[in-house]
Design a protein around this ligand. Structure first.
Ligand code: UGY
Ligand code: MN
Length: 248
């Protein structure tokens, strides 16, 4: 990419945004101390119904709070840290993830320098007849990647249980070079996405963008979307979507 001043690949449109790391700016999030916090996606951005946040931690960092009416999902991108919940401590390493239901106390600390987390947070919407999910702690290495609609070269790891009690899904999609989403998807669910590795071209609405590791994308409801992995190494992204609830 050209280093020419005044240039960026970032674009913010009505129903999608591509936000590239050259433009990330930290802000303050109550409860988080000695941490670089970048709120990549939030409702003020043309209406997402969730937030997507990146945290960079070191030895002195802490993040303390209660999820209240929200559910939080944390994934460790690099490094390690501890999450202390009421009555239980979780040691997290790169690839670990933690789902916190509403009304959960948490304290993140004990990070090694440069530990990076991504979080997705949204208001939990209960479903009549379904119990509110409990805490889930898992690791991506333990989740099998299944061929997406029969394509062995495009594999999906589904990190949270695919059950009606959950109103959020977080998946990791890994594509071999040349593999694609099979068709241009247009759906009610919205997405928040972080490119984890590799590169490719993302179609958003009627536009096509080169994307690479570190890029963030918001796709609003009904934003036409498609991806092709390019280059010599696999491309993968972690992404959020809202699921299992009536629109009205
Ligand atoms: O789950 C999804 O909707 C996924 N196939 N979308 C995407 O990768 N853009
Ligand atoms: Mn999709």
């Amino acid at each position: 990419m050209s280093d020419l001043f005044g240039c960026t690949r970032t674009v913010v449109k009505r129903n999608y945004a591509l936000i590239t790391p050259d433009g990330f700016v930290p802000s303050v999030l109550p409860g988080w101390k000695n941490a670089a916090v970048i709120i990549n996606i939030a409702p003020v951005l043309n209406g997402p119904r969730f937030t997507q946040i990146q945290f960079t931690l070191d030895k002195n960092s802490s993040g303390i709070g209660n999820t209240a009416a929200l559910e939080h999902f944390y994934y460790v991108l690099a490094g390690d840290c501890t999450a202390q919940l009421t009555g239980k401590k979780h040691e997290l390493t790169a690839g670990s993830y933690l789902f916190l239901p509403p009304k959960t106390n948490f304290k993140f600390s004990g990070a090694t320098k440069g530990t990076k987390l991504i979080a997705f947070q949204k208001k939990f919407e209960a479903l009549t007849g379904q119990k509110t999910p409990g805490v889930i702690c898992g690791h991506a290495d333990a989740i099998k990647g299944n061929p997406f609609l029969g394509n062995e070269d495009a594999r999906l790891q589904v990190l949270l249980p695919d059950q009606p009690a959950f109103d959020m899904a977080v998946n990791i999609f890994t594509y071999q070079p040349g593999a694609t989403l099979p068709f241009v998807e247009t759906h009610i669910m919205e997405h928040g996405l972080l490119m984890l590795q590799g590169q490719g071209v993302y179609r958003l609405d009627a536009d096509h963008y080169p994307v690479t590791a570190g890029d963030v994308i918001w796709m609003g409801s009904y934003c036409p979307q498609w991806f092709v992995a390019m280059g010599k190494t696999p491309a993968s992204y972690i992404y959020y979507k809202d699921v299992n609830r009536s629109p009205l």
